[in-house]
Design a protein around this ligand. Structure first.
Ligand code: ZN
Length: 273
């Protein structure tokens, strides 16, 4: 599943390769994604609009259109955005093709259909149900100050709190587990039972692991490719996620693979408490 660093990687690639392009054509058909893909509406709204800028909010991409409107994109479980030559063959599950001139297509491919592409009218961003519930952006400069007290005020396990989108937006299972391991904090430790300096350290580690992954272009994850169509060949060195049963890189004791809040959680009983 594309995580925040992958989405940020896609955003940066689109910014580099597609800013200033004009949408000339819209092809696709009505399919049921996370929200129904409304091709007729997109055909009415998009042609002639210029891609003015690319923003990210949690794992949503927001494409600012000139003169007006915003295209909201979520990659869901298996979504990809491909920038490619219009002559290149259409992959299965290519639900939407935006023609950006004679030499460039932007294609949305999503086999599992948990993604979304939706047009937002000016002003709708503030009231969109998916966007308006989102909490603090972990890489926002306010997060180191504002997030630790918010975690401290809650009784739930820290792992669950890190995954709660209303509290902190866009941190997935992989990065929550990794940050807890780095900070030496047990995933099941309740927020209110954790001293503030330890929570500050945890937030720092969340930010560090996300930033490292972004620098390396996102972790390599099945079903993800960068917009140019290259499968990610980069990987942040994850010490916890995916290493259940293996020796802890810090103390050598076998890491445990637990389930917490319905999600797999790898942690070290010796150095996380
Ligand atoms: Zn350990």
């Amino acid at each position: 599943m594309p995580e925040l660093p992958e989405v940020e990687t896609v955003r940066r690639a689109l910014e580099r390769h597609a800013t200033g392009r004009t949408i000339e054509s819209v092809r696709g058909r009505e399919v049921q994604l996370r929200r129904p893909l409304d091709i007729r509406r997109l055909r009415r709204r998009l042609p002639g609009h210029r891609l003015n800028g690319f923003r990210r909010r949690a794992k949503f991409l927001l494409v600012d259109l000139d003169p007006s409107g915003t295209l909201l994109v979520h990659l869901g479980m298996s979504g990809r955005l491909l920038l490619c030559d219009p002559a290149s063959p259409l992959l299965p599950h290519s639900h939407l093709v935006l023609g950006l001139g004679p030499r460039l297509d932007l294609r949305f491919v999503d086999p599992r259909r948990f993604g979304l592409v939706s047009w937002l009218a000016p002003g709708d961003e503030a009231i969109d149900p998916s966007l308006s519930m989102l909490g603090l952006e972990p890489l926002d400069e306010r997060a180191p100050f504002e997030l630790p007290p918010l975690l401290h005020a809650r009784r739930a396990p820290l792992k669950a709190l890190l995954l709660d989108q209303r509290l902190v937006a866009g941190v997935g299972n992989i990065y929550a587990a990794e940050a807890l391991w780095r900070a030496g904090i047990r995933p099941s430790r309740p927020g209110h039972r954790t001293a503030l300096p330890r929570l500050e350290r945890l937030v720092d580690e969340v930010r560090a692991v996300l930033s490292e992954a972004i620098e390396q272009g996102g972790t390599t994850i099945r079903d993800f490719s960068s917009p140019q169509g290259n499968f990610g060949d980069f990987a942040v060195r994850l010490q916890a996620y995916g290493h259940g049963g293996e020796p802890c890189p810090r103390c050598g004791r076998a890491m445990i693979d637990d389930r917490l809040a319905g999600r797999s959680t790898v942690w070290c009983r010796r150095c996380q408490h």
